[in-house]
Design a protein around this ligand. Structure first.
Ligand code: NAD
Length: 330
């Protein structure tokens, strides 16, 4: 099938071209993000392949449908950037990559935690300046600490395994309890109890109407002083304004973010020669106890290869049968 592949980076092109040798689709790589203006770059393609920072609102979907697009193939697990109601009304199926490497994301969450706690980001710069002192670099043992995991799906469970390996006590909150992990020693608790007891909180639930701003003034007030918060899930789970205030008060001791509330305008692009216009992000970047990465938790060789394989298999399956296993059902 003909595929319009929006928002292409060189690493996407490399992995998709390699995997496409087994599928033979005709891929038109486009560097622009997908939005109402760029939707017109679709000429006669049957499929639009999009990423998490592309816009797939009702207006964009209407244009794509008019242009004869038959399938939206997301090369991501998340689909909160697609207006699924509009897609259904337009009879435009949406497919995704439900799982590629939970380890990639869980390991990145653990990496943020380790780096923040042992201040490796600060030590790296300090030693390069010839400063071999240890002042302000003291961390804490993870062993014996209480880690609260919100969302025990694929990534949450992979993260729990790492934390259990460190000898942490793991408490969790999810509507669906995992019996196997209860046997491994994980204790499911209410969200309130998790906020009260956890020294470290890691977010692994999806962004929905109920989880938006899950971390806010009220919930932050219930947490332990100096709590560590790690978010590799979705930026809007955290009220940025509230967390900046909590950092200033010392309520939050360490903050690791791979995602940010307003990331769409910035992440995946190079703004190193520009003035960042987002004042909240700029403020967050001034804290020594905050590390921000640019939504890269998924970015491992294994995950990229699986994303290309599943995305192109979704398209092949649609071309052969007209049905798709990985369709996002409303
Ligand atoms: P999953 O569907 O396997 O698990 C999500 C879990 O969250 C489920 O167990 C579900 O019951 C639970 N959940 C739903 N609503 C909840 C709520 N209100 N409170 C607590 N738990 C709730 O998904 P996954 O593959 O583990 O991915 C988790 C999230 O990670 C995704 O939603 C996505 O936002 C994020 N993600 C980030 C990256 C990255 O690169 N940073 C990559 C992939 C996924």
């Amino acid at each position: 099938m003909k595929i319009a592949f929006f928002n292409t980076k060189s690493y996407d092109q490399h992995s998709f071209e390699k995997t496409n040798q087994n599928h033979g689709h005709d891929i038109h790589f486009i560097s622009s993000h997908l939005n109402l203006e760029t939707a017109n770059l679709v000429v006669d393609e049957d499929v639009v392949c999009a990423f998490i920072n592309d816009s797939l609102n009702a207006d964009v979907l209407k244009v794509l449908k008019q242009k004869g697009v038959k399938l939206i193939a997301l090369r991501s697990a998340g689909f909160n950037h697609v207006d699924l109601v509009a897609a259904k009304e337009l009879a435009l199926p949406v497919v995704r990559v439900p799982t590629y490497s939970p380890y990639a994301v869980a390991e990145h969450a653990a990496g943020l935690l380790m780096c923040l706690n042992r201040k490796i980001h600060r030590a790296f710069n300090r030693v390069r300046e010839g400063d071999f002192s240890l002042h302000n670099l003291m961390g804490f043992d993870l062993h014996g600490k209480t880690v609260g995991v919100i969302g025990t799906g694929k990534i949450g469970l992979a993260f729990i395994n790492i934390m259990l390996g460190f000898g942490c006590r793991v408490i969790a909150y999810d509507m669906v309890e995992n019996k196997e992990y209860i046997e491994k020693g994980v204790q499911y608790v209410s969200l309130d109890m998790l906020f009260k007891q956890a020294n470290i909180i890691s977010l692994h639930c999806p962004l929905t109407e109920t989880t938006q701003h899950l971390i806010n003034d009220k919930t932050l007030a219930c947490m332990q002083d100096g709590v560590t918060i790690i978010n590799t899930s979705r930026g809007k789970l955290i009220d940025t304004k509230a967390i900046i205030q909590a950092l200033k008060r010392g309520k939050v001791g360490l903050l690791g973010l791979d995602v940010y509330e307003e990331e769409e305008a910035l992440f995946y692009e190079d703004f190193s020669s520009s003035v960042i216009q987002d004042d909240q992000l700029s403020r967050l970047l001034t804290f020594p106890n905050v590390i921000i990465t640019s939504h890269q938790a998924f970015f491992t060789q294994e995950a990229m290869s699986k994303i290309a394989h599943v995305t192109l298999s979704n398209v092949t399956e649609f071309a052969n049968n007209g049905t798709i296993q990985n369709e996002v059902i409303l």
